[in-house]
Design a protein around this ligand. Structure first.
Ligand SMILES: [Zn+2]
Length: 263
């Protein structure tokens, strides 16, 4: 049995020189990969990749919180209309990112507009939550410096299915999401991030999923990440939980089947 990568951006230019090689390497060690979009442009790129690799790549469509403020309501409505005509296995990447509001946007668009981008982010996130429930598929959620807001939104709107990607909160906060039936997706940053190791130790195996977020969050900082590195996440979770690698793969694949209805 091979593990599954629940969150990647392999349409990124970082893979343009050796895409086929990266995919054939991934096929050796993985049972499948979810590719999540950040907006209309990457969403379209994903459609092509998934059509070319139908049994191995699975699409998630969304608008990343970093870019939510760039779109008018009409444009978001049009993107949602387009998504409804596709066959995504999840809605993502969507979510909330307070770091972007506080650190990045003030330099890009000024403090006032950056502040205005926060309610917009929340509104876009809520629209996509509605869409995921309408399509009966899970959300693939990004949350940075926004754990409290993301959990409160989920507790308020109670979408049927969701996974929390690169979750930056505590184990107690993760348990609030788990109590609603959601899964916590752990990535290659587990190789160096104590917070992720802590989540792996404290959360039950059947609440965890695996991911890489390729090309970012490489096991060694500064390098390009790739889906085949999920094998390292399996190894690290097995070590931290004192179980076999086969048990980690079996439990996380069972969750993939349950949440995404694939593999
Ligand atoms: Zn991502």
């Amino acid at each position: 049995m091979k593990p599954f990568d629940c969150h990647t951006h392999i349409y990124d230019d970082a893979f343009s020189a050796d895409f086929e090689q990266m995919i054939s390497q991934a096929k050796k060690v993985l049972s499948g990969i979810i590719v999540v979009g950040e907006g209309p442009e990457s969403n379209r790129k994903i459609t092509k990749l998934v059509n070319d690799n139908p049994e191995f790549l699975f699409a998630g469509y969304g608008i990343h919180p970093e870019f939510a403020h760039e779109f008018t309501e009409k444009e978001i409505g049009e993107e949602i209309k387009w998504i409804k005509k596709q066959k995504p296995v999840c809605i993502g990447e969507v979510g909330l990112d307070m770091m972007w509001i506080k650190r990045v946007l003030p330099k890009q668009i000024g403090i006032k507009k950056a502040d205005e981008a926060w309610p917009k982010q929340q509104k876009v996130f809520e629209r996509f939550i509605e869409l995921a429930d309408e399509l009966k598929i899970p959300l693939n959620i990004h949350s940075r410096w926004a754990t409290k807001h993301v959990i409160e939104t989920l507790e308020k709107l109670k979408p049927k299915k969701a996974i929390l990607h690169a979750f930056s909160g505590s184990a107690a906060e993760a348990r609030r999401a788990v109590a609603l039936g959601y899964k916590i997706s752990l990535g290659t940053s587990i190789m160096y991030a104590e917070q992720k190791q802590n989540l792996a130790k404290r959360l039950p195996l059947d609440t965890l999923l695996l991911e890489t977020d390729s090309p970012v969050l490489a096991p060694v900082r500064g390098q390009r990440n790739e889906p085949a590195n999920v094998a390292l996440v399996v190894k690290e979770i097995a070590r931290l939980k004192c179980v076999s690698e086969a048990e980690v793969i079996e439990a996380t694949n069972k969750s993939v089947k349950e949440i995404f209805n694939i593999i």
